[in-house]
Design a protein. Structure first.
Length: 478
């Protein structure tokens, strides 16, 4: 049987318990694998009666322990929890003595999809992280250590850049928390996804919350197992080094409705919360896609390929005004937009060449008067269509690019980051805006929940910016 204390003593000292701290990872787990999207979406669904019955059974089990004070241990309550969870659809692949240990669901690659850890008096999260790592490293058909570096089976690495898994942690016997975890060699990404009460709620509203969490687990684990079933299983596997932990390495290849697939290869704004990546398109066809994805993950195979930008926008994205501006020649062309979940979408667009192409960031503090006039003219043309007035909302340094033709003196202008863009009088500043920057720039009337106005946009384009503060927040280069 698996023993958490023993595993904690034997896992490598070089592996941190977590590489991402807190409840929010720099990249949402919904971008690491679609199974996490399935979990989040299912949280809003009404759970079936069978799942509600299981939830009531878990409550009875916990209440029984605290009311009776019988001869119960963590191993006993783990066993009872797993016995109840077996009534749910996703507990169908338990093998051997797993039912008496940590509740791992195995796949054809022997990788964990679900881990259960109950602790009556403490937080079991750390021990469950170790359980995850132990199970992954024990799946020699999928992951191996070669010359001190983690390697993954080639077809697995092509399909997913990590090893996604769900964890059920029972804290102090009172709260069930679901975490998502993924391998980011040599550490882990661990993020809280949802939680629900376990004590004294039988038949009440709390049971509905618990049942929703269990229902979401069914959806997430089912999606994960289905994804594994769709991965080719080569009889003579080739193992490839896993890429070092990075945001672009964690994001799975994104497939869009037209069948085109893109893989992120480089973050365009490292160290910031702005998620935009240089990307390449993967070739069509199973074997070709797998080979290309592995080569890119290994740091090769992208040379000479056309470059794109994948922007991950939170909340809304002004795709309509972006397309209008692009059609007029004032923004990079959009190719695809995909809603990854209710609050995150991926936008694929052209990459502006800031080297050979001559595009450079527009700096209103140092720009000549004539250049400012050209940028203002371009803005009015890009954000006026069919008699309607549109606004951008975020024209800070780094969101406007210019290119001057030496022969003619013509100034080309490109606008990026249309997250807040829309029709004037309709769109407002989001609650997440960095209000201090707008204050520092003396853009009056710009606050969360207030309308974005054309005067605000023009203020950014034709004034002396206080670049010292803004420049310490690197923007993504196109």
């Amino acid at each position: 049987m698996w023993d958490a204390d023993e595993a904690a003593e034997t896992h490598p000292a070089w592996m941190p318990t977590r590489v991402m701290a807190g409840n929010t990872a720099p990249v949402p787990l919904t971008l690491v694998h679609p199974a996490f999207c399935a979990f989040v979406d299912a949280l809003a669904e009404v759970p079936p009666p069978r799942t509600v019955d299981v939830a009531n059974g878990l409550v009875d089990t916990v209440d029984g322990y605290f009311n009776v004070k019988g001869d119960w241990t963590e191993r006993t309550i783990n066993r009872d929890f797993i016995f109840l969870l077996q009534q749910l659809p996703f507990i169908t692949a338990l093998e051997g003595d797993v039912i008496a240990s940590d509740g791992t669901v195995y796949t054809c690659f022997h990788l964990p999809a679900l881990l259960v850890a109950a602790n009556l008096h403490h937080d079991p999260s750390a021990s469950n992280d170790v359980a995850y790592y132990t199970r992954v490293m024990g799946a020699k058909d999928a992951v191996r250590v070669v010359d001190g570096r983690l390697h993954m089976r080639e077809e697995l690495l092509a399909a997913l850049p990590s090893v996604p898994c769900f964890q059920l942690n029972i804290h102090h016997g009172s709260v069930l928390e679901v975490r998502g975890v993924a391998l980011a060699a040599p550490g882990l990404v661990s993020e809280a996804l949802a939680a629900a009460p376990l004590r004294g709620i039988r038949g009440g509203t709390g049971v509905d919350a618990l049942a929703r969490v269990l229902h979401a687990c069914v959806a997430g684990v089912t999606a994960l197992l289905t994804a594994y079933d769709g991965i080719g299983h080569q009889p003579r596997p080739t193992f490839t080094p896993m890429p070092p932990p990075s945001l672009e390495a964690l994001i799975y290849p994104l497939e869009f409705e037209d069948g085109r697939r893109f893989k992120c290869i480089r973050s365009l704004n490292p160290g910031t919360a702005r998620l935009a990546f240089e990307a390449v398109e993967l070739p069509a066809g199973g074997a070709a896609v797998a080979a290309a994805a592995v080569a890119i993950a290994a740091g090769s195979g992208a040379a000479g390929a056309p470059r794109f930008v994948i922007k991950l926008a939170r909340g809304r994205y002004g795709a309509d005004i972006h397309r209008r501006a692009a059609a007029a020649g004032y923004a990079p062309k959009i190719y695809n937009i995909k809603q990854l979940r209710s609050d995150v979408c991926a936008v694929v667009m052209d990459l502006l060449d800031t080297e050979g192409g001559g595009w450079e960031r527009y700096n209103a503090e140092t720009a000549p008067v004539a250049t400012k006039a050209e940028v203002t003219r371009a803005y009015l043309a890009a954000f006026t269509h069919d008699g309607n007035t549109y606004v951008h909302g975020d024209l800070r340094y780094g969101n406007v690019f210019i290119r001057t033709d030496v022969a003619t003196g013509h100034v080309g202008v490109m606008f990026i980051d249309f997250d807040w863009a829309g029709r004037a009088g309709e769109v407002v500043y989001p609650s997440t805006m960095n209000y201090e920057l707008w204050q520092e720039a003396k853009v009056d009337g710009a606050s969360p929940g207030y309308y974005i106005t054309r005067d605000h946009d023009l203020r950014w384009l034709d004034r002396s910016h206080v670049i010292t503060t803004i420049a310490c927040h690197p923007t993504w280069l196109l």
